[in-house]
Write a protein that binds this ligand. Structure first.
Ligand SMILES: Nc1ncnc2c1ncn2[C@@H]1O[C@H](COP(=O)(O)OP(=O)(O)OP(=O)(O)O)[C@@H](O)[C@H]1O
Length: 331
């Protein structure tokens, strides 16, 4: 359907003057929104409850019909396509998961490929592949029913189902929302790993700004009516929030959040020889984890396989001078 269905990498999504006015409501839920979502990027919508995130998303797969405006996916005018056909080419994962209770895990995942007329052996192979991808042992989960799964496992099956037909576009509305913080972090980490491989175009709705920073290539901070308050990379939003409204979303700990975006390997080491006497940090850990380790050990240095990392380096990474440098600068 879309040009890239063949290789399943993401395609560009364009929203033009998109508006939804629900009948009987005093104001439009989505008011004249124009936005480009680049191919292969994950864009997160964040904003207060009722600001129009879900409505904007649901217009893209036409679960909600726009009042006016245009939507293009991979250059194709979505409003001229058959909605059922369209939805088979857009993955959709939601908080409530929406697995069919009377179908097994394998049947739930294989549903869209079946509707698309894939031959049975290809569906079976795809189901096995996806279960492995979301870290559910195929032989253990294949024949279970949704009620026999934990909430986190159900959400993984939901994500696997959304990926089943290898759609170039995925819409995800709080897909990890119903899980405890540990499961949620695990799912987020797996999802980051998956998206690095898959490079789909994904729109992801969340209330959780930390989640937005962790997952998003870009974040759209939305106001009432889905008006865009700021649309930029997580680092740019943390460094330069457009106004007080955006700053309010970031919260008090912008510097810690910026540290969380950077890896140990992103900054220079003070000594390229690892020091086994210092607290040890994984090379792929974040600078926030490195700071946590230093604080826990009461030291201003830690070591990874790449060498020794200092507190002053962390300060420099977020554009601040450390206490040591400030004192030295005063001399
Ligand atoms: N079917 C509907 N009929 C009338 N009004 C609706 C309908 N669906 C949503 N709305 C209204 O449209 C506005 C936007 O709703 P929407 O669900 O898009 O917001 P949201 O940002 O996704 O909210 P939340 O974060 O709480 O899920 C709200 O004021 C809501 O009450």
């Amino acid at each position: 359907m879309f040009e890239s269905d063949r290789d399943a990498e993401g395609v560009r999504i364009e929203l033009r003057a998109l508006t939804k006015h629900y009948p009987g409501q005093p104001a439009p839920a989505v008011d004249n929104v124009t936005m480009d979502i680049p191919a292969g990027e994950l864009v997160v919508f964040v904003g207060p409850s009722g600001c129009g995130k879900t409505t904007t998303m649901k217009m893209i797969n036409r679960l909600v019909e726009p009042t006016s405006g245009e939507i293009r996916i991979g250059g194709r005018d979505v409003l001229s396509l058959n909605p059922d056909e369209l939805r088979r080419h857009i993955g959709y994962a939601i908080q409530q998961v929406g697995l069919f209770p009377h179908l097994t895990v394998a049947q739930n995942i294989g549903l869209v490929p079946k509707l698309l007329g894939w031959p049975q052996p290809r569906i079976a192979a795809r189901v096995e592949e996806l279960l492995a991808l979301v870290h559910l042992e195929p032989s253990a989960f294949h024949d279970r029913y949704p009620r026999q799964l934990s909430g986190g496992q159900q959400q993984r099956v939901g994500v696997a189902r959304a990926l089943a037909a290898d759609p170039p576009v995925m819409l995800m509305d709080e897909p990890f929302g119903a899980t405890d913080p540990i499961t949620r972090e695990h799912l987020q980490n797996e999802f980051v790993r998956l998206q690095k491989q898959l490079r789909k175009t994904i729109i992801f709705v969340t209330h959780d700004f930390e989640e937005a920073i962790k997952l998003g290539d870009r974040i759209a901070v939305l106001r009432e009516g889905s008006h865009i308050a700021q649309y930029d990379t997580p680092a740019a939003i943390l460094d330069r929030p457009a106004d007080d409204y955006v700053a309010g979303f970031i919260g008090q700990d912008a510097t810690l959040k910026r540290l969380a975006l950077l890896r140990v390997t992103d900054v220079p080491v003070t000594d390229s020889l690892p020091d086994p006497r210092l607290p040890q940090i994984a090379a792929d850990a974040s600078l926030r984890e490195a700071l946590d380790l230093m604080l826990a050990h009461g030291t201003d240095r830690c070591s990874s396989t790449a060498g020794v990392l200092s507190y002053a380096t962390l300060c420099a990474a977020v554009g601040n001078r450390s206490q040591e440098e400030l004192v030295a600068g005063d001399r």
